[in-house]
Design a protein around this ligand. Sequence first.
Ligand code: NAP
Ligand code: ZN
Ligand code: ZN
Length: 361
Amino acid sequence: MAGKSPEEEHPIKAYGYAALDQSGHLTPFKFSRRATRDIDVRFKVLFCGICHTDLHFIKNDWGFSQYPIVPGHEMVGEVTEVGKSVTKVKVGDKVGVGCLVGSCRSCDSCAEDLENYCPKQVLSYASPDFDGTVTYGGYSNEMVCDEHFIIKFPENMPLDGGAPLLCAGVTVYSPMKYYDIAKPGNHIGINGLGGLGHVAVKFAKALGAKVTVISTSDRKKDEALNHLGADAFLVSRNPEDMQAAVGTLDGILDCVSAKHALLPLIGLLKTHGKLITVGAPAEPLELVLSPLNMGRKMIGGSYIGGIAQTQEMIDLAAKHNITADIELVAMDQVNTAMERLAKGDVRYRFVIDVANTLKAP
Ligand code: NAP
Ligand code: ZN
Ligand code: ZN
């Protein structure tokens, strides 16, 4: 007799919102999750942030999306069940899951707590899981996850404003540490004041750097300077602004989601300056090499962060009262939120109030 199909091994009935094709339109969707294994934590999803990556995925911007997709990799919830070997958390604890729900746990990257660079990593959604099923993310009522990938939520961290840190937070924190750009005595630029960019300003300030925000217009200037704590503001589409700041920055964290010019950013760097990219525009960007060579400058990339560093980031955020500035939206408003995100009309992260607004289909 044939064994159970992977789907039959998934007895936990779940529901959420899914994109069914590259129109990206999200619609109520029923699915199931695996039974809680000994090493698993099951939780009720309370809030889930909307990352621009969710938008890239549902719209198939990168050309490899497979549908249906239940997005969401900034999810926070309350533990409802733990497997018998789980030690990290107990029923009732508040927990988070970011972009990763699996990795091989034996490669060089995994051995260094860099599960994010594991070639066999399993993403929280739209990713083949080890049991042959495809993962579904946090735009859903409940979640089951290997405890290794569970982040413990600090007591004083608001659940809604804290949720976006699980992706946006660690994505900007990790390169600040690795490339050693955000520290006292350094002046860094944050390019693109969106979900990632605005938490980047907060972390860079907490780590002691002087911060200049680089933005496409002056619409966010007042908030950047007077609310987010930036020291200076440059409009990237204003050549005079940019010219006046040439050669002033030790590093730039580029958080822009669409194609943009790199040359003016390289020009802002001092000799030995570092341009670090985390944005993932669908189109290739142009790079002229001599401005890099002439100043011994470098360009580097970075991708989310490992689990230990995600915990470190969120504990540091709790200590410094860092949260995302959010607009809380109901689940059935998610398509409007996506349309607004595509236009850059969000201050600065949409978070879905999952527990209060997601209705059973
Ligand atoms: P977001 O909230 O939409 O912010 C993107 C910002 O980019 C906008 O607020 C805007 O800033 C700027 N921008 C947009 N279009 C632009 C253009 N044509 N030229 C110049 N600037 C433009 O997005 P997000 O959630 O922060 O994500 C940003 C990017 O990072 C996305 O591509 C996402 O997929 C990627 N990402 C990467 C990782 C990683 O691990 N590397 C993790 C998460 C997300 P201003 O309004 O200030 O101009
Ligand atoms: Zn993300
Ligand atoms: Zn690995």
